[in-house]
Design a protein around this ligand. Sequence first.
Ligand SMILES: C[S@@+](CC[C@H](N)C(=O)[O-])C[C@H]1O[C@@H](n2cnc3c(N)ncnc32)[C@H](O)[C@@H]1O
Length: 249
Amino acid sequence: MPEPLYDTLGRTYSATRRADPRVGAQISQALAGSASVVNIGAGTGSYEPAQTIAAIEPSQTMIDQRPPGAAPVIRATAEHVPLRDNCADAALAVLTVHHWTDLAAGVAEMRRIARHQLVLLTWDAEVMGERFWLLSEYLPEARAADATLAVPVDRLVSLLGDPVITPVPVPHDCTDGFAAAYWRRPDAYLDPTVRAGMSLFTKAGVGVVEAGLIRLAADLRSGRWQHKHAELLELPELDLGYRLITARA
Ligand SMILES: C[S@@+](CC[C@H](N)C(=O)[O-])C[C@H]1O[C@@H](n2cnc3c(N)ncnc32)[C@H](O)[C@@H]1O
C-alpha cells in the first residue's frame, strides 16, 4: 500500500477533528435501524456508532489515534475490504469518499459487505463554493481545487440504490474542524494547526492560499469582514453543502 495521505495530514487530526454531536446525531439517526455497522475510511473513529463491528482504515497514523475501546480496525482500503459478503447490516463512510482512488469499486465493496443500508457523509462542492465566503471571496483557487477534490454528488448517487440526500447544516460552534466548520469563526483559518486538519488546503497551492489568508487577516483587523458578514454572526447553523446520503445496499 503506498504511504497514505493521512499518514502526514493526520498527525494533528484528533486535536482539531473531534466529532460534532449534532452532526453525529444525524448519522446515528440514519443508522438507528442497523444492529451492526462497518465503518469505512474510519480514521480516528469519529462518528463511529457503538454497534460498529469493524473499522477499515489505510493510514497507520490515523489508526494510532483511535481511542482505547474503539471497534477493531483493519488496515485496508475501501476498494478492497477484507470482510465477507453481507457481514453487517450497514456500511458507513464519513468524509472519506473523496480520497478513494476508485469510487465505484469502494461503493461496490460497501454494497457487498452490507446487508441493508449504506450511509455516507460528503459535500456538494458547487453549493460550498457558492455559499462559503472563504472560498468565494478569499480563496478562489482553493474553490477550484475543492471542485476537483470533492466527489460530485450526482456521480455518487448514480452508484447507489434509492438514495436519499439530507442537508447537514454546520453548527456555528462545530467541534469537527472540517473545511467549512469555522464559517462563523473566521480567525480560525489563520491558524496553521486548524488548516493542517483540512485536506482542502493540501490541494491548493501554498502561495495562493497565503495571499488569500493575508487578505482575510487584513479584513478581520479592519472590521471589513465583520461589516460584510454581520448577518452570519446571528445564525446558529448554516447549510454549506454537507450532505448525508442513505441508500439501499
Ligand atoms: C477526513 S478523514 C475522515 C475520517 C473519519 N471518517 C472521520 O469522519 O473523522 C478521511 C479518511 O479517509 C481515509 N482514506 C483515504 N483513502 C482511503 C481509501 N482508499 N479507502 C478508505 N479510506 C481512505 C484517510 O486515511 C482518512 O482517515
